[in-house]
Design a protein around this ligand. Structure first.
Ligand SMILES: [Zn+2]
Length: 295
């Protein structure tokens, strides 16, 4: 039977129970990356991408945000790129609405790192707080770095916009007295705490969610392309602030989640971005959770 093509995607959110908390992974959309932004030999990268049925240039990488419901508090981790960075992202508001959550209900927004695909989504297109009742948590090192006019002035031209997007996103929360600077170990709610993983940025942090009966790690941006960096964790992205630290942390964290059989999620893992790491060859393979019709 003939029928019109839908031509639009289904809402992107997926719920998973972690102990007595509920975590909802929310898609903010997708970005495209080129193999040339990764370190490592090109022939090897081409082979890994070909094996994953991805092109060398312009392959899709997902962008994810998380909502943690503790039963008492709603904590958003990251906020995506909003309307300020790329047209293929900024889907958080519509996907949050589809998940039945109003922005006004959010108590806290924890930013893993204030890059342009993770923080601009805290404000609307007219630069107002999208989450009027939320405290915005930014790592203290990241805050000092990304709001520094001096560091911005010394940064390469193409990265200066990163600073402006971070400053604009933080500004209305700071003005409203709703900005809080966090550090390693800060607890945002019982069993929800920051774990330092500096390197990708000077304050890049993971969020460990470990309520009674559950354990889960949001590892932020230690991986930007599963196809390249799980089999070969030595491959890094060009825009790490401290490349050796970012590389060492990727290796350390992948080793930890594989050894501890810990469930994790990441900013650029394939949606719904929940899974485990298993050792494979000299690296790892990503083992996604199976879509479950029950939470
Ligand atoms: Zn990112």
């Amino acid at each position: 039977m003939a029928a019109p093509m839908a031509g639009t995607q289904a809402p992107g959110f997926y719920r998973h129970k972690v102990g007595n908390y509920e975590v909802t992974v929310i898609s903010d959309g997708t970005l495209t990356l080129d193999s040339t932004i990764f370190t490592g030999d090109e022939a090897g990268a081409e082979k890994l991408l070909r094996d994953a049925h991805l092109p060398k240039m312009g392959f899709t990488t997902p962008l994810n945000v998380w909502l943690i419901n503790t039963g008492q508090k709603l904590i958003l981790v990251d906020a995506g790129g909003g309307t300020h960075f790329a047209p293929s992202i900024g889907r958080l508001p519509q996907n949050l609405a589809a998940a039945g959550v109003s922005p006004a209900a959010i108590d806290a927004v924890v930013i893993t790192h204030p890059h342009p695909d993770h923080i601009p989504g805290v404000i609307t297109s007219d630069q107002k707080m999208l989450f009027p009742n939320a405290t915005l948590y930014v790592n203290e090192n990241d805050h000092a770095f990304w709001t520094s006019a001096d560091i911005r002035g010394k940064a390469p031209e193409e990265f200066r916009g990163f600073f402006d997007l971070a400053v604009n996103a933080i500004k209305p929360y700071a003005a409203a007295g709703k900005l809080s600077l966090y550090k390693d170990g800060t607890e945002f709610a019982p069993g929800v705490r920051a774990v330092a993983c500096y390197g990708h940025t000077v304050g890049h942090s993971m969020v460990r969610v470990s309520p009674p009966g559950g354990d889960f790690l949001i590892f932020g941006d230690i991986v930007h392309c599963v196809a390249l960096q799980f089999p070969d964790p030595e491959r890094s992205v060009a825009f790490d602030t401290d490349p050796p630290a970012a590389l060492a942390n990727r290796k350390r964290v992948l080793d930890m989640v594989a050894t501890d059989r810990l469930l994790f999620s990441g900013g650029h893992l394939p949606f719904p971005a929940l899974g485990h790491a298993t050792r494979s060859g000299s690296g790892y393979a990503f083992v996604p959770v199976i879509h479950n019709s029950e939470v």
